[in-house]
Structure formats: structure tokens, C-alpha cells
Design a protein around this ligand. Sequence first.
Ligand code: ARG
Length: 457
Amino acid sequence: MWGGRFASGPGAIMQEINASIDFDRRLYRQDIAASKAHAAMLAKQGIISRDDARAIAHGLDTILSEMDTGKFRFKRALEDIHMNVEARLAELIGPAAGRLHTARSRNDQVATDFKLWVRDAIDGIDAALAAYQHALAEKALAHAATVMPGFTHLQTAQPVTFGHHLLAYVEMAARDRGRFADARKRLNENPLGSAALAGTSFRLDRAMTTRALGFDRPAANSLDAVSDRDFVMETLAAAAITALHLSRFAEEIVMWCSPLIGFVTLSDKFTTGSSIMPQKRNPDAAELVRAKTGRIVGALTALLVVMKGLPLAYQKDMQEDKESAMDALSALMLGLAAMAGMVADMKPDAARMKAAAGAGYATATDLADWLVQSLKVPFREAHHMTGRIVAAAEGAGVPLEKLPLAQMQAIEPRITKAVFNVLPVERSVASRTTAGGTAPANVRREAAKWLKRLAKK
Ligand code: ARG
């Protein structure tokens, strides 16, 4: 492609370090779409002839179908996707192929291609996040009244409902979708027409390629447009946070599946056995989702380091933006599918969850609140009295609701038998009706709201 100034080809190591075709071949659809838009615009502006534009479009269509069907022979010697396409175009249509690169550089070409690719990836991730939310909301609705222990410091804190716990992840996923949507909005400016770095002397119609490729507007500064990789970094940042959310939930699934806790079981669909221990059922899918966070956070870190300190405009360093980003976004897609699948698959053990929710004096706060509401005791004092009652129950080796009234009255004489109404775990969760609280009625309403919202799109 630059034979004019070069007498011999690159050395083997140069070719090895320089070639990006092994990963940027994944841009072929976007590369061909952008080339078709560019050629049509060049023809409309009278920069190339209608006949040449027609031949170029036809040739590009042929290449697209060769690539779609796996017939295309990618050549490492041709370095990247752009030159593989252009060289094949020349084989197919002859010298007219040489007109395609008029008023264009691989610098604005690759920025355009990758933006289109990342935009598609964002759309795919958004749909996968919505499906994950849907699976969570359905499970939450089914388990709006299933009581489980809520933890802080991984210590039994207060009873909550399983549905409420699942809806927490729906909220996280909603913020994740918001971050991807923001990144998408900001990335949607067209680099094409920036050429190598300075723009071009040809009279381009940038609005036309902008429309054809679904961008909102042409990028306003050619230097910025060819050297901007914010769109990859932002998308990876959103991906890293999403992956981290998935990883937190995956960790809970792993714990819940442990026989020590035993809150849920996963079917054969999402577990594996051990080659030596016949009794085992390992939650590998959850563990791998947890682990994939490493490569996703890693891809963000890698690109931040690549871009740090790069002067304007395009530098070859930027070719390193694609491989790990593509890998990371694919890993996230897979992780989301696995999580949605596991949510639908998991069977909670309601009896075990309820027993655990009642253990550890989890309704002590309800007792303290009753003292405040019924006896008008200041909360700090109620907290202290409750502590003494918990100590008495602990001493007697019984849960709070089994402690005889007389023993409670020995600590606070004004306590009546009405206190026993607030001590069962079901009463506890049912009383948490403040907006955002864990009461089954709230959970049903929230889950239904999400299911309706998710069905609309
Ligand atoms: N393969 C290159 C990349 O991904 C394409 C742009 C190359 N531009 C250049 N002037 N060498 O960044």
C-alpha cells in the first residue's frame, strides 16, 4: 500500500508485532459499512464516478458475503482489516478499488469502525442486562414473601425477603444500563472525514456519511476524532462496574450453594461434578462469572495505561485498544447470560432460609422498636433493654419469641404479651413498608413495576 517509498518488505518480527488482523477482523461488517457510506458520498460529491462507486459497492458486498460465510482468506501480510478488504476489492474490481481511499485515512477509518463495533456491543449488552433484570424480577415476584436473613458484616442482621434481595441487583443493573447509555450517547459522533489528522481538501459531505452510519453528528475536531478512544474507555469502565456487580452476586450464589449455608440449589444446567468426589456439585458458572471480572477490569486498566501520555493525534499504540476490549465485552455478554440463566434456574430452600432468618436474634430490632412505639421509651434506652433481653434469651438457650413473658418483665415490667406479635420473622418483614423496604407488599409492587417496564421495550 505504500510501495512508492519502500524498497523491501517488513522483517518477520515487524510483521508479527504490527499485524492486527487476528483481532480486528471482527470489525469487518463495520469496515465494509463505513466504506460503502464513504464511496456513496464520494460519488454524490462528484469526487469519484457513479460507475466506480457502483463497482466498489458491489465488490464490497461480495467481500461481505465471503467473510460472512468464512470463505475469505485473511492475510497477515496485509496487516489489518482495512487493507485486507481493500486488497481483495482490487482483485475483484480492478483499478477502481484504488479510488475508495480518496479523502480517507486508516486513522479516521479505524476510529469509525471501532465506534460502530462498540456501539453494537453496547446494544447487545443493554439487551443482555434487560434479560438479566427480567429473570431477577420474575424470581423476585415468585419469592416476594420468602423470608431470608439479611446480613451486615456477614452477620445475621434483620430478616429480609428473598425477592427484595434479588431486586437489589435489578437496581444495580439499571444503573449499569444508564452508564452504557451515557457512553453510547457520547460516542455517537462521526470521525469519518477527519482523514489522517487534519481533515481533507476534498469537498466531503460529512452529514451524509453521518446519516448513513447512524451517527448523531460529525465529530467537530479532526485531531480529536482520530485520537479519541474515550468511547472504548468509558464503555470498559461501565463494563468493569457491571462485571463487579455480577461478581458480587456470583459470590453470594457460591456461598448460598455451599452445604454450610444451603439457601439455594442450582440444577445440572449450571453446575459440574468432581472427578474424584462423587457427592459434589460445584457452582462453576458462578465462580467463572466472578473470575471474569479480572479480565474485564484488566482491559480497562490496560487501555488507560496505553492512552496515558499519548500526544495528538493517532499513534500506533492505539491499535492495542481492540483485542482486550473485544475480549472483555464478549466475556461480559457471556457472564450476563450465565447470571440470567442461574437466576431462573436457582431453587431457594425456603424452610432453611426462614430458620436462618430467625436464628441469631434477628428480630431484636423489632423488639426495640416495639418498646419505643408501645412504651414511648427513647430508642437508645430501648436498645439497652433489648440487649438485656437478648442476653437473657441467650442464657436460657431459646429464641426471643420463646422467652417467657415473666423473664422479659423482670427486665422491663411494662412489657405485655402484645410484644410477641412483632417477634416472628414474617411479622418483621411485613412491617418494613417504608418506600424501598423489604415488606412482601413492596416487593410485589416493585417486581411488577419492573416486569411491566421491561416488557415495554
Ligand atoms: N490497524 C490500525 C489500528 O487498529 C489501523 C490504523 C493504522 N493507521 C496507521 N496510520 N498506521 O489502529
